[in-house]
Structure formats: C-alpha cells, structure tokens
Design a protein around this ligand. Sequence first.
Ligand code: NAD
Length: 696
Amino acid sequence: MADEPRYVEHAFDGDVHILRIANAPVNTLRTEVRAGLLQGLQAAAKQGARAIVLIGTGRGFSAGAEMTEFGKPRKPPSLNEVFDAIENSRAPVVAAIHGNALGGGLELALACHARVAAPGAQLGLPEVKRGFVPGAGGTQRLPRLIGLEALRLIVSGDPVGPEEALKLGFIDAVLPGDLERAAVAWARQHAGDKFTLARHRTDKIAGYDAAAFDEAAKKLTARSRGQESPKGCVTAVRAAFTMPFDEGLNVEREQFQTLVAGEQSQALRHIFFGEREAVRIPDLPADAKPLPVNKLVVIGGGTMGGGIAMSAANFGLPVTIVETSEEALQKGLKRCEANWERTVKSGRLSQAEYEKRRANLTGTTDFDKAVGEADLVIEAVFENMEVKKEVFARLDKAARPGVVLASNTSTLSIDEIASATRRPELVIGMHFFSPANVMRLLENVKGAKTSPVAIATATEVGKRIGKLPVLVGNCDGFVGNRMTGKRGPQIEKLLLEGCLPQDIDRVMESYGMAMGPLATGDLAGLDIGAAVRKARGTVAPVADAVVAAGRLGQKTGKGYYDYDENRKRMPSKEVEQIILDLAEKMQVRRRKIEDQEILERVLLPMVNEGARILEEGIAYRPIDIDVIFINGFGWPAFRGGPMFFADRLGLKAVRDKLAHYAEATGDANLKPAALIEKLAAEGGSFATLKSAPKAA
Ligand code: NAD
C-alpha cells in the first residue's frame, strides 16, 4: 500500500515532543493538517510529554488557512478545536516560527503557551487584505498580548519581523541558529514556568479608553474608502477590549462569516489568486529559459527611464542609463537621487540602503560601449516611431548577439520597432507605468516574432525588479490603455447630457478608484489626449474646448478643475460654462443623471473592449485584465477589476445594458462584443472562461 502523505510529523527529543507541519509549499492549515495536529497533541499528552514544540517544515511556519477550502462545508476538526487542545495541554506548547506565520498560522501560534522565532521571520494577520477578519481568535488573543497596538497590525494587515514582535510582546524570544534545536532547548528550559495563555491575559486590555480606541481606529481606516474589512477588524478588536473572551470570539466569528461571503472578499481573493496566475504564461515551452541578466542598460533617462533604472537599482540589479548629452544625463541621475533622498527624509529608507541602491546606478553618454556590455536593454526615449527605429537599429549593432532589446513604448507597434533590427525575435515590449519605480504593473508585449526566450527573460527580470509582469499581445494601447481609452466618448456624452467633471469623479472615487478619470486627465496633461485626437482626426467637443481655453491640466494650474498652489482641485466655473454652452450649441437637453448610470457608462465600455481583447487573444485570460487594472490603473482590489465587475453584474445584464446604451447614446462602440453575446446566451461568465478563445 502506498504511504499516505503525512501532514504532521511527530518527533521526539527526549521528553520534548516535536510536531512538524509538513504541507508544502507554505504549510496552509488544510483539514489534514488540523487533524494531524489534534492527533499529535493527544498522543503527546498520552505519552507524558514535558513540552511540545510546534514547528513548520520547509519555507516557513504556516501561511494560514487553506483558502481553496473557503466556501465549502468545513470538515472537522476546526482550528478552534485544535486550539482548545493546545490550551488544555498540561505540557506547554511552544510555537517555533521561521519564515511566514500569517493569518491562521499566526493565530495557531497565538494560541500556544509561548512563541519563539528565528531572525527573518514574518508575523502578521493579513486577512483584512483578503476582505475578511482573522477568524480563529486572532482579534481576541493579539490585543490581550499587546494591547491597542493589535489594532494597527490587524487593520493594516502588514506583517512585522521578530524583533518588533518581541518588542510588542507577542513572542517570547528570538533564537538564531538551528530553530528546531534552539526551540527544543528553550522549551526544555522553560517547561516548568507558569505560562498565562493569551485568552486569560487581562493586563493589556485593562483600562480600555473608548476615545483613544476610536481615534486610533479612525486614523487606521481613513484611507480604506469603501472597503468593509477594515471596519470589521475594528469591530472585532473592540470586542477584545470590552467583552469576555468567548463573547469576543462570537463577534469575531460573525464578522468573519459575513465578510468572507461578501463580494469584496471574493474580489480580493480573485485578485490574490489572479496575481499568481497572471505571471504564469500558458504556452511557454518548458525549455524557454530566461537569459542571465546581470547588467541592465536603460536608453533615455527621462521620466520613465529614470523610474525603470531606480526599480532595477532598488532590487540589486546593476543598471546604466544612456543619455544623449551630459546635461540630460546629469538631470536624469539627479532626479533619481532626489527621489531616493525624499524617501530617506520620510524615514522609509535608511541612508545605508540608499547608498547601496545608488551604487547600482551609473550613467553614460557612450551608447555603443554601454550597450555592448548589456545583458538586457530597455529603451525609454521619446514616443516617436522614427526615433525608436533609429535607436533600435543602433541597439542591434551595438548589443551582443542574443541580447534582448525591449521598448517601453505605450502606443507604438512592437513589430514595426522590431523591423528596424536583425533580431526581431529578441525584441519585446516592456511597458512600465508611471511612476515606474512605484507602480507594480508591467505589461510585457509580445510581437509577432517575439521568441519564448525573450518572453521568459522579460518576465524574469520584471519579477526580479519587483514588478508584476503580465504578457499581452501587440495592439494599439495594449490592454490597459486600450480599455481606458474607450471610456472617453461616454464621458464626453455624460458631460454634455448633465454631468460636471466633479460628478463623474465623485462616483468613480466612491466606487473606490484612486482618482476619477477627469482628475487623472488633469494629472497626466490634457494636451496628450488632444495630440492623439489630432493625429487620428477624431474630436471630443468638451475636451477640445477645455484644451482650447488653455486648460491643460495640473501643469497649467487648471484643466477640468481649478487648482490652488497646493494642487488641491476645485470645481471650475469656467469649465461648467464651457460645458453648458456646448450642450446648448449642440442642442443636448441636460438632465439629472443617476450615479448608477454614470458608473455603468464609464465601466461598461471598458468591459466591452476587454471582451474584444480576449476575442483577439491580446490577453490570455480575463484575470490578466483584472490584474492589470488593479496594479496599474488605481482600481481598488476589493472591486476585483473590470471583468469581475461584469461577472457580478451578470453577462446577460451586461449585454442588455450595453445594447441599451449603444442605442440611447448612438455609440456604435457599445454594441456588445461577440464574446459577451456568446457567454450571455450560454449563461456563462468570464470566470468560467479559463483562457481566451485564441491564444495570445
Ligand atoms: P521623457 O521625455 O521624459 O524622456 C525621454 C528621454 O529620452 C529624454 O531624457 C531624452 O533626452 C532621452 N533620449 C531621446 N533620444 C535618445 C537617444 N537616442 N538616446 C538616449 N536617450 C535619448 O519621456 P518619458 O515620459 O520618459 O517616455 C519615454 C517612453 O516611455 C515613451 O516611449 C513613452 O511613451 C513611454 N511611456 C511613458 C509613460 C509616461 O507616463 N510618461 C508611461 C509609460 C510609457
């Protein structure tokens, strides 16, 4: 008979028992682990253990609950039954933590009599980021161990290292060296101590100050806009201070169950798993290995080139910026330095770390020499095809054979750029987003001839420098900009039919967007869109009139809004008049437009274009599109992205609404895409569409 996999190993060191969680890769607390722990604890009790060490095998202690078990009937034993066994154990149970102890993993440790950790461990309760609250006593035990500080940890969901955990008081020791050995020795030494379980501690929750609690809660939730889980965390943690332990557990359970079943949590989990899926490229041959990259060269040290170079330097990849003149080069390098210095000043970067990063960055005007030494080149010069082709022809001559040449273009064809070289198979788009040292999204753009090796290399380097690379096909605007571009005509119509810029932005921002579309236009500069329209021979009456009035956005102090000297935006009387005059001239009768209509008319054109992008195979999977919007376009993760939005609405409703708005607004672009028609007719959804109809 084949051996059943063992999810918990039971070992001994004299009379100290060791229970090792063995559920690779991250030791989630799946049913078999919970059952194994319970059995192990019972066996250890029977055998008269003097102390019990609970430890993880492999990469870490435990990353928490098995999220794929969510939404299904829970099989016993529950985590709480395991915790009861720990808390009832006569022998002290010591959690020995290395790597991650997150969520349910940390809750397991908090139920133990004591906790020790290895340097470099990460301890946290990130449930809030998945849209729910810790559901196995974390909100009740942590406050009893560390007081009000627990609110910060639970509402932010950010993990802390062992030094901070020790200072806060929820671990008992940091043990360097072999953790299991050290933990066994520690447990043996302390086996006779009197431990007070977290559930019985009262010292840290005594003297509850409602006003101080409210004040802290307000600060911590100020930035979470329409997100529900931070509020749920506050409710549950408050119960720790105001109720007996078991009643607090009930409050926590109620919050957990409501939130976990809610749409926001589903959206957040959709994105959590989606981000892991999107970086995997389905049809990449197994032998397509990334080329080694130890030296990056960035051509152009402007806004984007500087940001890309900073990302590389931040993650320890030596990088050289190539510029056309010494002056432009110094300007580019100075901008990077100033950026880092601001971070040092704000306390988020140490001087030593800054110097380390700065040492990874060099600059030159010697194009051929630098490019000749490059393992990968990323071009970020002006957005002009002639200039790009000239640069790529030069790159092809100067770079060693086999070196990948990437372009950061946001609109130009990768195929045409590649045609300027004799290595089109090694040319790829690496489309970063501004500010490139901050934004996580990287759209890697595959041209017609781009090889698997070039794709593997761009993906690997992207990950290495802290980005989330999503592979997309070559088309105008790629995925993100192509979809957002489709909002424009409906926004114009909304403005003429009855909205003002602030109405549209208010609706989109209360939906959760970091910034509404009109304010975003002001930030980027309204002249950019005007130039595109001019080149394409299209018009946008309102936008054109705003630009004609010299209102180019924040850089001119006015755009769709007026701006004060602190760049605070204010509704503009002038823009209102421009809109009213235009509506009158165009004989559009203005009416009150409901928020729901605004939301749908801004989002549905994007959904429709997303469907076309899938039909064309420009994106592999619907989830790729959602991940792009969450990581590059200020879309709140708790909304799950545009394709998730469509699924929640139901594709039949999406189809009907699109058809309605196409008819009502005379916008042919809103005619439902064939894929939406098909899925709506089948009763399908984007979620059921595992990959695009055609391969990208
Ligand atoms: P920018 O004008 O700030 O910088 C371009 C830099 O390239 C300048 O410093 C210029 O001196 C340098 N340059 C020009 N020709 C060169 C050459 N032959 N060799 C070396 N350096 C040269 O422009 P940017 O905003 O950084 O945009 C660069 C690219 O990134 C464009 O293709 C743009 O479409 C793309 N992009 C921009 C954004 C954005 O938000 N700005 C976002 C994504 C992608």
